[in-house]
Write a protein that binds this ligand. Structure first.
Ligand SMILES: [Ca+2]
Length: 317
């Protein structure tokens, strides 16, 4: 586990969201959006997984043919063999399987001035008996916040293929759930050189949008490279379960939501070394507060639950 640095400030990968302390959430979002504009998918409402497999008909704005081709080739393949999954079957109140999941604990802000104390308590992470892992962010009686952050480091580490999770997101001002990955050489190789792939981040006050981003040497924190994806019906991503995935090949990462691809990143898109040809481990967490999402206010309801139906890893086909 990545616990050698108890105060977390030196190596914390979640520092990705605070490039400089003068950068407010809006300007950071603008920065991310600016980088994402060229790959923004427009108005392909109702495109399901099957249609996504023939992605040649997608409509893009401001993109060129080369990028369309890259997307098509990345999405044209069926995922390969299922090589690992956690379906979170088990009795209500059970711990997530310790053969797969580590808990990272602490209340040091995690590099982003976050408020929560991550715990190993079943109050913050447990199976629900209906096939889901539930990570619960709580406000305790003393006003403090608790939640959970779980990783597969040293247990499940993988490269390439499809990495996906089916998640019912929490929401609210200051609520910041994520499904993401770090290079398995972390922390021996410090972040951001170790690399980070954010399959899904969600700012709980902005329920119509999810974000997919990479960070590496020369393109980390607010200079991470990625795209935002808006709910195709103008709806709320916390309304129900959604499937968040990357399709990952040597030299290419494609993000999708519910089978709809919305961004592809290749070495040409990053201003530094491509650090995505190595094994990565997975992370699930719900942060409370931080420089990007801002902080809970009187509108924020607790507890907030992130329900995860499954996490699945497929080899390349
Ligand atoms: Ca399940």
């Amino acid at each position: 586990m990545a616990s050698a640095d108890p105060d977390g400030t030196a190596r914390d990968p979640l520092a990705r969201a605070c490039p400089d302390r003068t950068d407010g959430p809006e300007s950071l979002l603008e920065k991310r959006m600016r980088r994402s504009i060229k790959n923004t998918l427009t108005a392909t409402v109702g495109l399901g997984a099957a249609a996504a497999l023939s992605a040649t008909a997608l409509t893009w704005t401001g993109s060129d043919v080369t990028e369309n081709s890259a997307l098509t080739s990345a999405e044209a393949a069926e995922p390969g063999e299922l090589v690992w999954s956690d379906e979170f079957d088990g009795a209500a109140g059970d711990a997530p399987d310790p053969a797969y999941w580590n808990h990272e604990t602490g209340d040091h802000g995690w590099g982003n001035e976050e408020l929560q104390n991550y715990t190993e308590s079943r109050e913050n992470s447990a199976l629900d008996g209906d096939g889901n892992l539930v990570i619960t962010a709580r406000q305790e009686s003393d006003g403090s916040y608790t939640s959970a952050r779980m990783t597969t480091q040293n247990n499940i580490e993988h490269s390439y293929g499809r990495i996906e999770a089916r998640i019912h997101l929490p929401s609210g001002q200051g609520i910041w759930p994520a499904f993401w990955m770090l290079g398995s050489d972390f922390p021996d190789t410090p972040w951001p050189d170790s690399g980070e792939i954010d399959i899904m981040e969600f700012i709980g006050s902005d329920v119509g949008t999810v974000h997919g981003t990479v960070h590496g040497p020369g393109y980390s924190a607010g200079d991470g490279v990625g795209a935002a994806y808006d709910h195709p019906d103008g709806g709320d991503f916390s309304d129900d379960f959604h499937v968040f995935a990357i399709d990952w090949e040597p030299g290419s990462l494609t993000w999708s939501v519910d089978g709809v691809p919305f961004n592809t990143i290749t070495p040409d898109d990053v201003d530094g070394d491509w650090v995505f040809d190595q094994d990565y481990f997975m992370i699930l967490n719900v942060a409370v507060g931080g420089q990007w999402p801002g902080y809970p206010d009187e509108s924020t309801e607790f507890p907030q639950e992130m329900k995860v139906d499954y996490v699945r890893v497929y080899d390349q086909s």
